[in-house]
Design a protein around this ligand. Structure first.
Ligand code: UDP
Length: 407
């Protein structure tokens, strides 16, 4: 007998694209059953989901909104979650479970559980460690997981371990992020490099180093600039935007980036959607997060592109890169270690090439969407089978859409 797929209401706090939202898009657009996505804020994710034909209501939470008058800001911030909570309860009618894709979403889904009475899945994409979260936030996370979530999914073993070390009682289901591997074309690397050179006026005879990812205090852009100054003819492409940071941080970053752009070979490209092409066109991709990374999508993307990768050792990263086999792992927070690894990657060309080939193979075998999505569906199906028989019987047969994974 085929087990049925539950009707899922995916719930996320933002409509902007961080790694969690890229993964959410893949989950939703490949879901082999009925689903809808509720966002607390519109943005490019909202636009893409609508284009993909996904029902995506936005509950105007406006958590980030700030006005000159503090009391108005405070009122908005207190009022918004209430509006979102009421909306969530209303929109969850007709769905079997709520799938929270972020911490804020999980908190709201848990607090409103007595009203929506739906099972709740929490896809944990953060490391619940003191370096990333305050004691209060970790307490709330512990409470959410232990008293609210019926299933916790973690995006790496490191994330699952940190969840348990934080007092989480269950062992989360580990589900790595998946990727559409056909977007990446290692055989076109020379062509992609030539395109990058023309597009940004680079010197083709000098190494091109790529740093791709959200710009943030712990994402390592400052460290990379320092590391870059230790090489003589390196050209660094910094790709990404400061999405979730304060206005002050954005301003500071853009000012220092402008200074570096004028004096060093640094090119800040801002947010880009053609990541597969950029990854494929650079000579080395660096990942330099100064704190442990829960997963690190950009590392897998570099591996799929067939580009030598250097990544910070910590969090979920060693689950992706095997040092000296599929890439080079470096000590966190060391500009010298970063510069030495870049220098080695450029000098030991044959070794770098064979590591990149092994990395592409490894990434294909472990991080293709076709491999990472089925365990998630299976976990949801199992939940549906254990359903307590509330008003909605799960409706769609599993397996109906599994043959057509979209990226
Ligand atoms: N990304 C993108 N355009 C950019 C910068 C980043 O599409 O300009 C994507 C990147 O390719 C990756 C994701 O954003 O898929 C970042 O995920 P990661 O896990 O590396 O970091 P997070 O944002 O989750 O901290």
């Amino acid at each position: 007998m085929t087990m049925a797929m539950p009707r899922v209401l995916f719930f996320n706090q933002t409509g902007l694209y961080g790694g969690a939202e890229r993964s959410l898009y893949d989950l939703v657009t490949n879901y082999p059953g009925h689903c809808r996505v509720v966002l607390m804020q519109a943005g490019p994710l909202y636009d893409d989901l609508i284009t993909a034909g996904v029902d995506t209501p936005v509950l105007g939470g406006g958590f980030q909104r700030a006005t000159r008058r503090k009391w108005i800001t405070l009122t908005i911030r207190l009022y918004s979650p209430i509006v979102v909570a009421i909306g969530l309860v209303r929109l969850s009618r007709g769905y079997d479970l709520i799938y929270a894709n972020s911490m804020k979403a999980a908190v709201i889904a848990v607090l409103t559980k007595p009203f929506h009475r739906r099972k709740m899945v929490w896809h944990l994409r953060s490391l619940l460690i003191p370096e990333h979260f305050s004691p209060l936030a970790r307490l709330v996370a512990r409470w959410c997981g232990n008293w609210g979530a019926d299933l916790v999914i973690a995006n790496s073993d490191a994330t699952a371990r940190a969840y348990q070390s934080n007092g989480g009682k269950c062992l989360p289901v580990r589900a790595y992020n998946g990727f559409s591997i056909e977007k990446f074309r290692p055989e076109k690397r020379a062509e992609l490099r030539a395109q990058l050179v023309v597009e940004h006026g680079l010197d083709p005879t000098h190494p091109i180093i790529g740093m791709i990812g959200r710009i943030g205090p712990w994402k390592g852009q400052a460290l990379a600039l320092l590391g870059l100054s230790m090489g003589t003819d390196w050209q660094l492409l910094v790709v990404g935007e400061a999405l979730f940071e304060s206005e002050n941080f954005r301003q500071d970053f853009h000012e220092s980036a402008t200074r570096y752009t004028q004096t060093c070979n640094v090119f800040c490209l801002g947010h880009r959607d053609d990541i597969a092409e950029i990854m494929g066109g650079v000579d080395v991709v660096i990942h330099a997060s100064t704190l442990p990374e829960p997963f690190g999508r950009v590392i897998v993307e570099a591996m799929l592109a067939g580009t030598p990768v250097i990544a910070t050792n910590g969090g979920g990263v060693p689950e992706i890169v095997q040092n000296g086999v599929t890439g080079r792992l470096i000590t966190p927070n060391s500009a010298t270690a970063l510069a030495t690894a870049i220098e080695a990657a450029l000098r030991e060309t044959e070794q770098s090439r064979s590591m990149a080939v092994a990395a592409r193979r490894y990434a294909e075998q472990h991080f293709a969407l076709e491999l990472t999505l089925p365990p998630v569906w299976q976990a949801l199906r199992t939940m549906a089978a254990q359903s307590d028989g509330t008003e909605n019987a799960p409706a769609v047969a599993a397996g109906a859409h599994e043959s057509s994974i979209k990226g």
